[in-house]
Ligand binder design. Sequence first.
Ligand SMILES: [Zn+2]
Length: 464
Amino acid sequence: MKIFISILLFLTNIFALDLEFSVGENGKSLDDNNTILIFGGIQGDEPGGFHAASLLLSDYNITKGKIIVAPNLAFDSIIKKSRGSNGDLNRKFANISKNDPDFKTIQRIKELILLPEVSMVINLHDGWGFYKPVYIDSMQNPKRWGNSSVIDTSEINASKYADLENIAKQTINSVNSSLADPKHEYHLKNTKTKEQGDTEMLKALTFFVIQNKKAAFANEASKNLPVNLRAYYHLLAIENYLKTAGLEFERNFELSPVGVEKAINKELEVKLFNDRILLFLKNPRKTINYVPFPVNKELNYSTSNELTAVIAEGNSFFIQYGNRFQSRIYPEYLEFSDAFNEVMIELDNNKTQVSFGTKVRVKESFLVPKISGVRVNVIGFDYSKDESDVLISKKNMQKPYSLDLAGKIYRVEFYELRWANFQQLLEQNTNSKLIKNAKSLDISTMKTAKMKDKFIGSFLVEFE
Ligand SMILES: [Zn+2]
């Protein structure tokens, strides 16, 4: 059994996903070096922290001042749902070997911390139990980390926010005024890292920050709480730090345990290959078959949040949102054409322009007018080779082909016939992420692709 486990560990380590963490900015610096830097996901099994950080980019609008957010520091570990695939990233800030697989990641994190505009750094964690200054029981005692605000020392030598203890205490008061349950009460945990020579904390991110004369706070939420509640407590704390620094913001959801849950569980959008394909993941099927993949373009993608990734695995690909599996996609390899980016359709009897990589809502029916040299394939509508010029309503659709389990969302795909030889538009590179480590294609896949019609693009229809 032991050998089996160590082989498994070995295997998960050699299959590095090579995902880089994201950095997003929100707001505009007032040139006063008052930017707040927020980190999530330094350990892959702490979803409260990384979801809270991700929401700061996807669902907040900073209206005064600026934040920089890196929500998914240990992105490989987040996708693999492990604490750290190459050891604990948060113990590598004092010393790191150039041969360490995390070397580049640590360098990138340090560069962000050292940006002159950054004056405060917040690192989000989920820890077991509940930190209490005095021993209550095995889950609530001074050795636990959950639901605490952590500082390395009470005061630092810095031009801004030097009084760490008072700022943290004030944040704790603010969090404690909105507790979902009095048992979740937050407390201050001062690790006195340098004074007490805490060998572990000396290697951590926050100590690196204060050594560089900037304010650092770690916010811990308890792993004993559901993820939405952890993210809720993180956001309560973060909002107070933002207010302390004079930043102003708007948010797209209500800051309550339920509001945060809804925001975390919002439908995901994954756009593939320069926005030619949209996968709208609203209670998605566990597998999606015959997704066009290009043999003549790079495999790029974009996502509606920074915790979502498309991962190559053997002959298929899977989409993962943080620790959560979404769907596995099986590719059909094709040549891609850049003949056009949008089409005119009849949507509930109204002429409507639709761009590829988007979704339209259908009340009753839709129709795609015939385009010469083009074949239309409505996935789940079994009519003929070309499905243009025919009125399609929900009752015509075969439910097993929908993207979603509810049977409402379907793909409408456009293909250039081989003889058409359309003039090509300039390719617009809109996406920044690449699907890494995709298996290289064999000759027969390439040959077959060259005999098939070329894929131009697709959009989604969602029936009511
Ligand atoms: Zn942690």
